[in-house]
Design a protein around this ligand. Structure first.
Ligand code: GYE
Length: 305
């Protein structure tokens, strides 16, 4: 069915709407929560048949999955694009096949004529919020900072770096090193071990991690080196997933900017509207909060992910 009927749970006995979802992989706690939210929203009870693919963070494999959705003739395609670049051809192919594409989470550099809509977070603003907190708390004293970047070429890695750098510009915070940890706990741990070997525990004052998982990996590395995370090395990260919030409450992380992974219902709503030929916004932003250690302690038990 290409009508979208049934997706709103109108119980009309219509066929299910077939949706191919090309997920990035399963790199982080954020990603697990996002996948669960998507699977819940695109359920048979809601009128969907979901064809799920997780590309294990491999951009070529993800494009292959989208081509596979096109050749199956799904009703709509949802993509969480691993990287920003390289989407023009396959988005054009979907468009030629008359299959609408909705992006969720990450953005692409392609023209927005090539997709119907996007829903996600303002990654640059997240970076600015993190950077402003850093500037306020450490900006007046010489502070040596290392950065754990997200997946190279991904929108959140690019935008979180840009926003943070803008916010600390002109302060006494100096970036002494910045490398990718691929948004994973293992990646964060390995890269932090390298930083500690190179600069020593005393040579690093602050860590900015583009997500909680990398911060959690770095915490293991700092503890293994005999340091106290959150004290010897201050830590700022992004996501506010449960394990990150727990580390914040425990004093091992100093500040977290939220990135809400619960985008499933909004994405499903967009698919339904686009298939019904309704007008939708091209860009749909979900609001984020941020948490100090004290604020985290107040909310941790009421968090949905
Ligand atoms: O911050 C990170 C995940 O694209 C916003 O991807 C998402 C990011 C999230 O792996 O934990």
């Amino acid at each position: 069915s290409n009508t979208g009927a049934g997706a709103a749970g109108d119980g009309g006995g219509d066929e299910l709407v077939t949706v191919g979802f090309a997920q990035t992989g399963s790199e982080s706690g954020w990603r697990s929560a996002n996948t669960e939210s998507m699977k819940d929203a695109f359920s048979e009870d809601n009128g969907f048949e979901l064809v799920f693919n997780a590309a294990d963070n491999d951009p070529a494999a993800q494009i292959g999955a989208v081509r596979d959705f096109i050749s199956r003739g799904v009703d709509a395609i949802v993509i969480a694009p691993i990287v920003e670049d390289g989407w023009d051809d396959v988005l054009q192919e979907a468009s030629d096949a008359g299959i609408p594409v909705i992006l969720e989470d990450r953005t692409v550099t392609s023209s927005d004529d090539l997709y119907a809509s996007w829903v996600g977070l303002d990654f640059k603003k997240e970076g600015v919020t993190a950077g402003e907190w850093a500037a306020e708390n450490f900006g007046d004293t010489p502070t040596k900072m290392v950065v754990l970047e997200g997946t190279t070429g991904s929108a959140p890695a690019n935008d979180r770096a840009e926003g943070f750098n803008e916010a600390i510009d002109g302060t006494a915070i100096e970036t002494i090193d910045s490398q990718t940890g691929d948004f994973t706990r293992d990646g964060g741990k390995t890269v932090m071990e390298g930083f500690l070997q190179k600069y020593g525990l005393d040579g690093i004052d602050l860590l900015y991690a583009h997500n909680d998982d990398m911060a959690l990996g770095a915490i293991e590395a700092i503890e293994a080196a005999g340091g106290v995370p959150g004290e010897d090395i201050k830590i700022i990260s992004i996501d506010a997933v449960h394990d990150g919030m727990q580390a914040l409450v425990d004093g091992k992380i100093n500040f977290i900017v939220e990135c809400n992974p619960l985008l499933g219902e909004l994405a499903a709503g967009l698919v339904t509207d686009v298939l019904a030929d309704k007008d939708v916004e091209k860009a749909n932003y979900v609001e984020d909060q941020s948490f100090t250690q004290e604020q985290a302690a107040e909310v941790i038990d009421s968090r949905a992910y």
